[in-house]
Design a protein around this ligand. Structure first.
Ligand SMILES: Cc1cc2nc3c(=O)[nH]c(=O)nc-3n(C[C@H](O)[C@H](O)[C@H](O)COP(=O)(O)OP(=O)(O)OC[C@H]3O[C@@H](n4cnc5c(N)ncnc54)[C@H](O)[C@@H]3O)c2cc1C
Length: 319
């Protein structure tokens, strides 16, 4: 394999899934922007994770971990580093009937976890059925819908910290906030979590799932390439409603367009670049501020060339 010199030590190590060079990020993010990462490394078990963190710390490599990339976008400059993805053991879901818990690998999909709970008639996880993404991404974001968030079902979270190795946090340690958690402030990799459910009624769980799906299908552009909500809702307000009141539905730049169905969604209608998305985001933010004096904050995470998150105030300068 022809790896750039700085990644030679990755060759010496053995990986179940070989690293891929110069990978298009469009398959790894739901908005499907076509920038590139220098390397994709898929880790399949704890040993590979340990090995990667040891080498990468020594070499000071830039890396970023993604779940399904359903809340992230990279700039048109891509990622001058390693995109880390978890598979294999990290997708396992183990059930404990006695405690009504599921021990989930962080790469398990939200829907797969919901399906396991539903099979057992355990309720409280129906919101998971319609949020794209993985348990790891959901915990980092404290994702939520229909009145529930990850913080309501998390008992503990296992993760790897660059300094202290494998660790476990309980719910309080995670410091969940509206679409955030302590994990955003640390360079860590979430590996697993224990989720707690309640005894429920299968038919009711089924009804809730159908109700949520129907709501999504009628109110949101679920078949388009988006990140879900672009902005967080301001206190006692709705970002979508504010953007809609500015008359911005259907407006945008290039191939990025504010959805006709839901104004807090931006759709990639073709080959949208990050620039298209950025200009559309800034237009919505600017118009809402001018009309209502409300400053919208991003829910979507914008990742710069060197793996750092870019805040909305710095967006203007990003190419
Ligand atoms: C159509 C659509 C609808 C959506 N609806 C909702 C909704 O109703 N509610 C909601 O909250 N969100 C929603 N989202 C946004 C998104 O699905 C959630 O934020 C989701 O939880 C992200 O999970 P992910 O695995 O894709 O994470 P990613 O987007 O891959 O990552 C998100 C963040 O988590 C970090 N991360 C991911 N995995 C790990 C890990 N193992 N260890 C440490 N950090 C990690 C990443 O570095 C990044 O900072 C929607 C998105 C789409 C496209």
């Amino acid at each position: 394999m022809d790896l750039p010199k700085k990644y030679q030590s990755l060759i010496e190590a053995k990986w179940i899934v070989p690293p891929i060079l110069n990978v298009s990020l469009s398959s790894y993010t739901s908005f499907r922007c076509n920038s590139r990462a220098e390397l994709l490394l898929t880790l399949s078990n704890q040993n590979e994770l340990r090995q990667f963190l040891q080498i990468s710390t020594k070499k000071s490599w830039i890396w970023i971990i993604l779940g399904r990339g359903s809340n992230c976008i990279f700039t048109d400059q891509g990622l001058a580093g390693i995109l880390v993805s978890l598979r294999g053991d990290f997708k396992k879901i183990v059930c404990d009937q006695k405690s009504q818990t599921l021990d989930c690998g962080s790469a398990a999909l939200n829907f797969a976890v919901f399906r396991e709970a539903k099979k057992l008639s355990w309720q409280g996880g129906e919101f998971l059925s319609t949020i794209p993404g993985t348990i790891g991404g959901g915990i980092a974001m404290n994702a939520g819908a229909y009145g529930r968030e990850f913080k309501d079902i998390i008992l503990e979270v296992g993760f790897w910290d660059l300094d202290d190795g494998a660790q476990i946090f309980d719910n309080m340690d995670c410091q969940f906030t509206y679409r955030g958690s302590i994990f955003h402030k640390k360079k860590i990799i979430i590996t697993r979590a224990i989720l707690k459910f309640d005894e429920g009624d299968f038919a009711e769980i089924d009804r809730n799932q159908a109700k949520f799906l129907h709501h999504r299908k009628t109110k949101q552009p679920i078949h388009s390439a988006t990140w879900g909500s672009v902005f967080m809702n301001p206190k006692n307000n709705s970002a979508g409603s504010l953007i809609e009141q500015c008359g911005l539905k259907g407006k945008g730049f290039g191939n990025a367009k504010i959805s006709e169905k839901h104004a807090n969604f931006i759709e990639n209608t073709g080959l949208a670049s990050f620039q298209d998305a950025k200009l559309t985001i800034l237009m919505a933010k600017d118009r809402v501020y001018k009309k209502f004096g409300i400053s919208l904050n991003l829910e979507v995470i914008i990742i710069g060339k060197y793996g750092k998150v870019i805040s909305v105030d710095k967006l203007d300068d990003v190419i």
